[in-house]
Design a binder for this molecule. Structure first.
Ligand SMILES: [Zn+2]
Length: 132
């Protein structure tokens, strides 16, 4: 499948997500397929993309249509959860004194894993619903 075809499918999928959840009209997509994908913590096998809060853009790196759509859904849920999650971790890291930085890191890592688990469940559910 051509890059432009996958991109068009991703925009359709985004429309379906916006319709289903009634949010995300301001979100846009940047499709940047990559051979090798690394994540912030270097251990996330689900992402293959990212949500950029500053530009409200979902960046998708995965190369297959199926994978790219899964990443789009994943990052859409990142967008939905951002107001609940993003600030919490950042402010925790700012308020802790140096000696607690290690705890802060561990804490945000646990939070991150939990969030990723929730998003994985939401993504799986979304895929199931789309197949019906
Ligand atoms: Zn994620």
């Amino acid at each position: 499948m051509q890059k432009s075809e996958i991109e068009a499918e991703l925009w359709k999928e985004l429309d379906a997500l916006i319709e289903a959840f009634g949010m995300g009209k301001e979100v846009s997509i940047s499709y940047e397929p990559k051979d090798r994908i690394e994540d912030f913590y270097g251990e996330d096998r689900y992402c293959g993309g990212e949500y950029r809060e500053d530009t409200k853009t979902i960046v998708v790196h995965r190369k297959t249509l199926e994978g790219a759509k899964e990443t789009l859904a994943h990052e859409f849920f990142e967008y939905l959860l951002e107001p609940l999650y993003g600030d919490q971790v950042d402010s925790f890291n700012i308020i802790v004194p140096d000696i607690l930085k290690a705890y802060g890191k561990a804490f945000s890592k646990i939070q991150y894993r939990k969030k990723e688990q929730i998003i994985a469940l939401l993504t799986r559910d979304w895929k199931r619903r789309r197949k019906k």
